[in-house]
Design a binder for this molecule. Structure first.
Ligand code: PMP
Length: 334
């Protein structure tokens, strides 16, 4: 049975997927079942990725956004957990494409690869354990939120010397969940977290940027943040738009005094923070820098920017047939 959480940004599939990739094979989703003693269930000894595929209706094609970059980070997380996976970046990208073809989605899709120690064996450790690798997908349920009211969480972000945030480790999402639920129950949309040194690091599952004194500023990767693929995308797109992007530590009060601020990540995509702790940021609406980057971002992820087409992996060998209209070429939509 599917239980739907009532928070706005929660993402429970309306129906479970038909298929899953598990340890090299595509099998019925319902057959991917694990026992109660599964190591990762007890100790959080796993990691995951969150990838999106965007439907381009002009081209009748589904594009997976930067899967290789997601899987490079996935394999970094494997190394942090001393896990040897039998799959390369290319194998995993291929697996996503095969899975999406099998599901046949003609709509925006969210893809969740996960690897974990799957032995039914207790005892905290990272050695003498067997990795399992799965991938499942679902039509996206995420709200396309344009504006958010955030608060600074009283929870500190896990640090590189406790549970490294550089990896997307399942166990560390207890930290994100504590911050997120407290924020939502207090009436905010999202939590911003400080690291142990007191610097702004990220949202519960998003990287953060501010615009201040003409510069776009984001915390550096050494301030306990995930090496976000959307963060890297935004840095590149903002630079192309002529903005100066600076990676440096950010104080809490710089966010209060910012002209603009936004969150970005595969789930939320790009959302303006228009208020923090009941203080308006800049004009209190999505500002011009945020809006311009957001507009370009959505063109890029849907494969509409020839310049960034290499980030978009087509799923189907041929454009999907739509009897109602002819298929447009790449250049047709910009
Ligand atoms: N920080 C955290 C803690 C996250 O979980 C995510 C989501 N993966 C992000 C940032 C954004 O990363 P990405 O752009 O790669 O999705």
């Amino acid at each position: 049975m599917i239980k739907r959480p009532d928070t706005e940004l929660a993402t429970t599939p309306a129906r479970l997927p038909a298929w899953a990739f598990l340890d090299g094979k595509i099998i019925p989703y319902a057959e991917a079942r694990f026992g109660l003693f599964t190591h990762a269930l007890h100790y959080g000894t796993g990691f995951f990725a969150g990838v999106r595929a965007y439907w381009n209706d002009d081209e009748r094609q589904l594009f997976v956004f930067r899967p290789e970059d997601h899987f490079r980070r996935f394999l970094d997380s494997a190394r942090l957990l001393r896990m040897e996976l039998a799959f390369s970046v290319d194998d995993l990208t291929r697996a996503v494409i095969d899975l999406l073809r099998k599901e046949g989605y003609e709509q925006d899709t969210y893809i969740r690869p996960i690897a974990f120690y799957g032995d039914e064996s207790l005892g905290v450790r990272l050695h003498d354990l067997t990795p399992r690798v799965g991938i499942a997908s679902m039509p996206t349920q995420f709200m396309d939120r344009r504006e958010a009211h955030a608060c600074f969480s009283s929870w500190r972000r896990v640090s590189d010397n406790s549970i490294p945030p550089r990896g997307k480790l399942t166990g560390s999402y207890v930290n994100s969940s504590l911050a997120k639920t407290d924020a939502v129950l207090a009436g905010f949309d999202e939590a911003l977290m400080l690291n142990e040194a007191g610097h702004v690091c990220e949202g519960s599952v998003e990287n953060v940027f501010i615009v201040r004194r003409g510069e776009l500023v984001t915390p550096p990767l050494t301030d306990d943040v995930l090496e976000g693929i959307t963060r890297a995308t935004v840095i590149e797109l903002a630079t192309e738009l002529g903005h100066t992007v600076v990676e440096r530590s950010v104080d809490r009060t710089e966010v209060y005094l910012a002209d603009e601020a936004f969150l970005c990540g595969t789930g939320i995509q790009l959302t303006a923070i228009t208020r923090v702790d009941h203080r308006p940021i800049g004009s209190g609406t999505s500002g011009p820098v945020t809006t311009a980057i957001r507009d370009l971002f959505f063109d890029v992820v849907r494969g509409r920017s020839a310049r960034h087409r290499e980030w978009c992996r087509p799923v189907f060998e041929k454009a999907r047939v739509d009897a109602a209209r002819p298929v447009a070429g790449v250049g047709a939509s910009g």
